[in-house]
Design a binder for this molecule. Sequence first.
Ligand code: ATP
Ligand code: MG
Length: 402
Amino acid sequence: MEPVVLERPEHCVSRKNISSAAIKVLYRLKDEGYIAYIAGGGVRDLLLDRYPKDFDVATDATPEQIRKMFRNCRLIGRRFRLAHILFRGEVIETATFRAPVPSDEGEHPENTFRTGEDGQVMRDNVFGTPQQDALRRDFTINALFYNIADFSIIDYAGGLEDLEKKIIRVIGDPDTRFTEDPVRMVRAARFAGTLGFEIEKEAYESICRNKDKLALAAPSRMYEEVQKLFFCGYAKNVFQWLEKTDLLHPMFHDFSHWIDEDKTRHDWVVQTLEQMDRWRKANLRVHPALLFALLFGEYHEVLAQQLIDAGASPHDAARDAVHRHLQGMCTNVRVPKQVIYQVSDIMTNQLRFQQTKGNRPKRVLQHKGFLDAFLYFKVSSKAHGRNQELLAYWVDLREAKK
Ligand code: ATP
Ligand code: MG
């Protein structure tokens, strides 16, 4: 199949908008006689006039050939080897064009190789053509190439048309592709939310049919994905897609059922996500622990109250509510232990804000988890219209300390 090719005058992608590290890698490969493309999300974002998060390079040079060309290069991955070319503050992931493998399970290192009973690697590198490489990608808009040799855009999958139409379309049969790698369903919701695109009808219906397959995805990979969903700066839009596709249920089982029972619970989550997006736009880094504390905050508070009613102390109740919920959730989304402890600290520290007598408040300010606990206190107090005087007290105290 001949690809659609947009020559340089026909598109807006300029080398100025590509990182100098990526440009160096591309030219080096080209000068050595290899094909050198920017692939995937980088091209999509450049065409949409957004600054890409990272630039991935695709080439016909093999990993060994790439390694010999760059001193600052590390090969990673066992089944499919990728080159990481390291620059100060930036890593350019450079991959050899890849052929589709039956039941390919996605990009995560955990899933890029399989070992047999005796531990041998069962699949080796399967190199492919540029076209094969494009067609094994998830969505048409993620399958575009930028060719450094003539600055053209190469489209094997109809991605240019879908960018125009603002559509997330699966390459190939959606049921097959979502079964191969269920995380692709979550990625569809993320791209729709971040880009303001629609999910194409067949893909959307396929997600509705296949959403429970998400339970088959590796929980550690889901944790990575959940962070991308909520830290992308469009968390509120992404959440709306998760609700619309009903992916929320297989991801956060108990929590999503609890939200469904009452509209005000839903509003709290939306307010939290708006706050996440504001922080992101202001370029503030938020801990995963604060995200989880806020997202599940009201749910954890209700669980804690049930434990208090059953006789637990407020401190133990706050701690146990978090542990029970997040540890239970780990079968779908593996939240690291350390993060669970930090969420639990944020919640138990809320009790300290109730105490304003004597020297205690000053000690609270010096506590190492103060800032995250305070941010939770502030956001939740505002959202619920409660603790207004207490909040003013702590804001003043904090200002006075600065
Ligand atoms: P982001 O802005 O989040 O980085 P991205 O499109 O660059 O978006 P990555 O996860 O960085 O996404 O992956 C890079 C490229 O690899 C994608 O654009 C896509 O072409 C391909 N890809 C990633 N994950 C999958 C997957 N699960 N199945 C098929 N192709 C994938
Ligand atoms: Mg990327």
